[in-house]
Ligand binder design. Structure first.
Ligand code: VGL
Ligand code: ZN
Length: 222
């Protein structure tokens, strides 16, 4: 949109932006950065990149992983080792170190995340007995977070997705957004992956198959 280009002229080579576009920044939280409880290698490196994309976008939404103590996704809850898997009522759950406990510093956004114009923050994984990688639908694959409805009511039809972790929360969110009929552009180099047993490659091929468009900072900026 012309107005956007005038207001945010940093994005010069970007596909023409429309008022129906939004940036969705996934889980750029302390626990997913170096020193955090579930550190994603290089997680903090996405911060300047998502800041730069956000500066060019009128509509910005963030997700925030937000678990209670004793959450079903925590290995400690079950007396198990982190990164094992376990059958739970909604399927196979990867067991994680305790992370992103609501109200703790680990659950806070990275301090250098700079997008004061972000319009909504959607928290997910806050029910004790259901995880939610996806920003749209919880891990039981039934319970909506409300974000799809938010996009619908706001007239958002295309989302640019970036953040942490590429192979879990970013991918599940992108796939659910496609399933809800949204256009999805993954900014691949503004993500970092956990890469558990080839999960990075699997996530990318699932997103390709679902029609997620892969792009990069180089595509977005001249
Ligand atoms: C995530 C594992 C557990 C993520 C969240 O943000 O990708 N991964 N909780
Ligand atoms: Zn989590």
């Amino acid at each position: 949109m012309k107005g956007l280009r005038i207001e945010f002229d940093d994005i010069s080579a970007m596909t023409t932006l429309l008022p129906s576009d939004a940036l969705l920044v996934i889980d750029v939280q302390n626990d997913f950065c170096t020193g955090g409880a579930l550190a994603v290698p290089g997680g903090e490196e996405v911060v300047p990149l998502v800041n730069r994309i956000a500066a060019g976008m009128a509509n910005v939404v963030l997700t925030q992983d937000w678990h209670p103590r004793g959450h079903i996704s925590f290995a400690s809850t079950h007396g198990r080792m982190a990164f094992e898997t376990m059958e739970v009522p909604y399927g196979l759950q990867v067991l994680w170190p305790d992370h992103c406990i609501g109200g703790t510093t680990g659950a806070d956004f990275h301090r250098d995340l700079d997008m004061p114009h972000a319009q909504a923050i959607i928290r997910k994984g806050y029910r004790s007995d259901i995880d939610s990688y996806s920003g749209l639908v919880e891990a039981d694959r039934r319970t909506p977070t409300g974000l799809a409805g938010y996009f619908e009511e706001r007239g958002i039809r295309r989302i640019f997705v970036a953040g942490l972790a590429l192979d879990f929360c970013v991918a599940w969110t992108a796939l659910d957004a496609r399933a809800r009929g949204l256009e999805v552009v993954l900014v691949e180099d503004a993500c970092r992956a956990i890469d558990l047993h080839g999960s990075r490659a699997a996530a990318l091929s699932d997103m390709d198959a679902a029609g997620v468009v892969r792009s990069s900072m180089g595509d977005l900026f001249a």
